[in-house]
Write a protein that binds this ligand. Structure first.
Ligand code: GCU
Length: 446
């Protein structure tokens, strides 16, 4: 009996050892393959900006024939949606942590702004977990004349809250910032010189005049945008959830920023009573547009979602490999996505998902995908196609899809439940974009 047990034990140990060895060899092979792809992607990358050179591709389906035929599309779609969400988390953005945390929100400043048209509030949102915590400053502008909570845009900003408006009361972030002498960032510290330098991107007056609020926080306070091995920002609150050799599916920075947007929404729900937390439109430009899409997908409390020039890893179809590609983005910004996403460097065809499916995860909530005509790096046509193709899900859910049949001429905006516009000009977000976003946001008001 003893011997038998012993040999069973040995056998088991042998099996485990063999399995472990096989797993590490497999792991090494995967790592080698990733490194090779990585190195190839890094070497002499030339973006394709020629439509005739877009490779032939087949997109993974939004849903299968069985669901298409079933009498209960909405019921079937909620299961399919869950499956897609899991695939995006596992293979691309990384899973969010499941551990408990607490959010508290304290107002530290309030006053008039925009020549008396707006009420400005600044809140300290604290996300804590055990002995660790992270603080984020949330800047909120609402119309001064508002007598009740207003529908509000919520988006992260690139350079600190003080850059959003030329308002001397706005606190200057003490968090890490990317060096940029033109906006007064030296030794990674922001300064007075940056005040108001992003105001073109945040037309507060236009927004409050239209009866909306706008809330923003500096993305670097949620997670500094450099490859730090996920030692700081929101990642530091969940050390057990960090990427390791075995765990290649845990959250990257985009997922961290998106999770942070949800925590800001928690704070708004709890305390910021000048905003209507049931009518919050999540918005973002560029990497923060990728972020707003992932926030909208993972948190259905966001009433509507806007992605401005989000490009690769945002609204653009990865399989088109037009402009920035999966290999290129993973090489330049290895911390944005999860480890698994690197498997698809120069290998987009193997992705089990593509970005039209990400847009479909917003359904039936209003979604706006926007591009700029000269922003070929972000693949405007690929962004349009995602919104167009995802429209099927909206239609099947009894809503309406994108009203544009074809990729439009510059300065065309089609505003509806699924919206798209192509602004003339470069990679940016400006007043013309916002004018359309305000029209779009009116549909969540009534
Ligand atoms: C780079 C990057 C894009 C990103 C952009 C931004 O250009 O390649 O993917 O959208 O930065 O965030 O400004």
């Amino acid at each position: 009996m003893f011997r038998k047990n012993n040999s069973a034990c040995l056998l088991l140990r042998f099996r485990i050892t063999t399995a472990t060895a096989a797993a590490s060899i497999l792991g090494m092979l995967v790592v080698c393959a990733i490194c090779t792809n990585h190195a190839q992607a890094q070497q002499s990358f030339v973006a394709n900006e020629d439509e005739s050179k877009v490779p032939k591709y087949e997109l993974p389906p939004l849903f299968d024939g069985q669901l298409a035929e079933s009498g209960d599309f909405a019921g079937g779609w909620s299961l399919r949606r869950k499956q897609l969400l899991e695939l995006f988390a596992e293979q691309m953005y990384g899973t969010q942590p499941t551990g408990e945390f607490k959010v508290t929100c304290k107002k530290f400043e309030e006053g008039p702004s925009v020549g008396g048209k707006a009420r400005r509030q600044q809140w300290r949102v604290t996300i804590s977990r055990g002995a660790n915590s992270l603080q984020v400053a949330l800047l909120v502008f609402t119309p001064a004349s508002a007598t009740e909570p207003v529908p509000t845009f919520l988006g992260l900003n690139f350079n600190g809250n003080h850059t959003v408006a030329a308002d001397p009361e706005i606190e200057i972030t003490s968090a890490w910032c990317r060096d940029n002498a033109s906006i007064g960032v030296v030794d990674h510290r922001a300064s007075e010189q940056g005040r108001g330098t992003s105001q073109g991107r945040w037309p507060v007056e236009l927004i409050v005049d239209a009866g909306f609020g706008v809330a923003t926080a500096y993305y670097g306070e949620l997670d500094p945008d450099f490859d730090d091995g996920f030692e700081n920002g929101v990642h530091a609150l969940f050390p057990e959830h960090r990427t390791s050799a075995e765990l290649q599916n845990s959250w990257g920075s985009i997922a961290g920023w998106a999770w942070g947007l949800s925590r800001l929404l928690d704070g708004m729900e709890q305390d910021v009573n000048v905003v209507d937390a049931h009518r919050v439109v999540v918005i973002g430009h560029s990497r923060l547009g990728k972020t707003s899409l992932w926030a909208g997908a993972t948190d259905t409390r966001f009433a509507a979602v806007i992605s401005n020039d989000s490009g690769c890893g945002g609204a653009a179809l990865s399989r088109r490999a037009f402009g920035e590609t999966v290999g290129r983005i993973n090489t330049s910004f290895p911390h944005w996505f999860c480890g698994n996403f690197k498997r698809y460097n120069l290998n987009e065809g193997e992705l089990p998902i593509d970005q039209h499916q990400l847009i479909s995860l917003m359904a039936p909530r209003p979604v706006y995908v926007a591009s700029a005509s000269e922003d070929l790096w972000a693949d405007p046509r690929g962004e349009f196609l995602s919104a167009k193709i995802a429209s099927t899900v909206y239609q099947r859910l009894g809503s309406s899809g994108l009203q544009l049949a074809e990729f439009p001429a510059p300065q065309t905006a089609s505003v509806g439940v699924v919206s798209y516009h192509l602004r003339e000009g470069k990679h940016d977000i400006n007043a013309w974009d916002w004018q359309n976003y305000l029209k779009f946001a009116h549909q969540i008001v009534n």
